[in-house]
Design a binder for this molecule. Structure first.
Ligand code: GCB
Length: 584
């Protein structure tokens, strides 16, 4: 999928700003004609991108789960001959139905991923357009992250698990249009997609051209330009800069790739550009190799979460986060627990950060998994790979976080076939990147998904949820896990480990929730991680404190951040900087 671009052949206009919203708890908005536009007197202003929850808390929508209608009017300029206009949504959480000038125009695909809506036949170029989006933050029952309602807690006898709003994950179910919406114009006869295959020497470009078209691909940077040409439905160009400047977190060297499509008479039909680096990432026995050399992954799990914006794109905070990641010496992150905004991946490419790209699939409960769940999960994997496959920073696909969390016996019986099918599907879509998933201790050190994964990610909280404040016992259990999982003969990444700390809480002895214990916990784990030959690194949970749904176990936020939600460092952040930065 090609990003919104502005160049000689394409244009994109960001429709971010103040839109209007009307909530529809009884699902009768369509019957009232809201798809044709919202009456100003019954609608509230809301900033887009941005979640409705904190923005409209005082209006009563902090915990709102259900449908809401959002509306904006925009000017569709006259189109150049041969061009088409589409709306491109970065993501709408979690589902969207779109109307243009009162006509149904399209809907979203997998949650937390982009989708396009064509304007053909629905809006006249050179006129004002009414765009209405019905958004629901209620997850589907059979999605890769399954719906939970308050009554599920009761029927399943899980009273102690009850959250407000109801969720089966440990973060807030923000609703709204959380990433930008762009009005895109582009040539109808232009590129719809292309595929890059990257290693340390070449960038190969593959795309499908129409009859009579010619692709001119060029790669420029570091004083040189390398070109190649191709045509046909299976056009392929191989670009090999010499000397090759490699990309890595330590030295994020990027070239500019330009793909020009020409007609037979040499007129320019389309142009697509992207920044791209030369690099390789591979699993080799129990090691991972970056550009052919063994590499230690050190970094964090994160969330897209900020005060007031909720999950809404917050560019200043994103820039700050990259500075703090670098300040800590982090070289990698996992996009826990869903695909992040493309703007985040732009910075990861440019500033040098390895990304384990995760599908939105959390705590899959195999008592409720069916054929529809698998189909939706495969679709989410396909849409994620379609969005991010050309990214330099993306080193692996994570297909699920903590399935089998409830230790249901169905996990052991039903999941092997499910994983075979899902991992096989992902591998067929991108054979070049390792596949992984995040194992929870309850699913066992012989988690059936390990048989399919190339890199074994494990989330462990010995010393927190078990062995509280007893680091010796915790580390002994961690090492026992390492030894058991090492028997699979694959590299292990501790994808989560961490302890809550309330900034400002201190003790001279090991005490949960203190800054000292969080720092000591991280140091103890890091020592064990770096000492074990099959463990290739660790990602601390979490980078920053984040809002969760309401539950007695959480003090508004999950406090496992080494930074507070407003990005002040706790003691642990300084400890991590000492561990990960030579200059400490
Ligand atoms: C986990 C989950 C993560 C939670 C974390 C915790 O295993 O993957 O989403 O936030 O534990 O803090 O409990």
């Amino acid at each position: 999928m090609i990003r919104p671009l502005d160049n000689a052949c394409r244009s994109s206009r960001d429709l971010s700003g103040v839109w209007h919203i009307a909530f529809d708890p009884d699902e009768n908005g369509e019957a009232q004609g809201w798809h044709q536009g919202l009456a100003r007197e019954s609608a509230l202003p809301i900033a887009i991108p941005g979640s409705w929850n904190e923005q409209l808390a005082e209006a009563g929508y902090m915990n709102y789960v259900g449908s809401a209608w959002l509306e904006v009017r925009f000017w569709l300029p006259p189109l150049a001959p041969g061009d088409e206009a589409v709306l491109r949504f970065g993501s709408v959480d979690y589902h969207a139905d779109v109307w243009i000038n009162g006509q149904p125009a399209g809907r979203s695909g997998a949650a937390m991923l982009p989708f396009e809506v064509p304007l053909d036949g629905l809006a006249d170029p050179g006129s004002e357009v009414t765009l209405v989006v019905r958004v629901s933050n209620l997850l589907p029952v059979d999605g890769p992250t399954q719906r939970v309602t308050q009554s599920d807690y009761i029927t399943e006898g899980r009273y102690r698990d009850e959250y407000l709003p109801a969720v089966r994950f440990d973060f807030f179910p923000y609703g709204g249009i959380n990433r930008p919406v762009h009005l895109v114009t582009r040539p109808r006869a232009g590129l719809r997609d292309y595929r890059l295959t990257i290693d340390t020497e070449t960038i190969k470009v593959h795309c499908a051209l129409h009859e009579g078209q010619r692709l001119v691909a060029s790669l420029s940077g570091f004083g040189g330009t390398w070109r190649g040409e191709a045509e046909g439905p299976d056009a392929a160009v191989r670009l090999a800069p010499d000397p090759a400047r490699l990309w890595s977190p330590e030295e994020p060297n990027l070239y500019t790739l330009q793909l020009d499509v020409h007609a037979a008479d040499a007129t320019l039909i389309d142009r697509v550009t992207q920044r791209v680096g030369l690099r390789s990432f591979a699993v080799d026995g129990t090691q991972v190799l970056l550009n052919g050399a063994p590499y230690t992954l050190q970094g964090f799990g994160k969330h897209e979460d900020s005060p007031i914006h909720g999950r809404g794109l917050n560019p200043p905070q994103m820039i700050k986060d990259f500075r703090l990641l670098k300040w800590c010496g982090a070289n990698s992150v996992r996009t826990s627990h869903y695909p992040y905004a493309e703007e985040f991946l732009d910075l990861a490419d440019e500033l040098g950060l390895l990304v384990i790209d995760e599908v939105f699939s959390i705590n899959l409960d195999f008592r409720k998994v069916n054929a529809a769940t698998l189909a939706a999960h495969k679709q989410a994997v396909a849409e994620l790979i379609a969005r991010d496959v050309n990214r330099t920073c993306v080193i692996a696909w994570s297909l699920s976080n903590e399935p089998g969390y409830l230790a249901e016996s169905d996990y052991r019986t039903h999941s092997p076939a499910y994983w075979r099918e899902l991992f096989g599907h992902a591998r067929s879509l991108d054979p070049s990147r390792p596949l992984t998933h995040a194992n929870v201790g309850y699913a066992g050190n012989d988690d059936p998904a390990f048989a399919e994964a190339d890199l074994l990610m494990i989330n462990r909280y010995h010393g927190w949820y078990s062995e509280p404040a007893q680091l010796d016992r915790a580390v002994a259990r961690l090492n026992a896990d390492f030894d058991a999982i090492a028997a699979h003969g694959k590299p292990i990444l501790v994808a989560e480990f961490g302890a809550d700390a309330l900034a400002g809480q201190h003790a001279s002895y090991d005490q949960l929730f203190t800054e000292e214990y969080q720092a000591r916990f991280i140091r103890a784990y890091w020592q064990a991680i770096t000492a074990h030959p099959a463990v290739v690194g660790g990602h601390i949970w979490a980078f920053a404190d984040f809002r969760t749904a309401q539950h007695g176990r959480r003090v508004v936020h999950n406090l496992k951040g080494v930074f507070t939600r407003t990005r002040e460092p706790k003691m642990a952040a300084w400890a991590v900087r000492e561990l990960w930065c030579d200059e400490g």
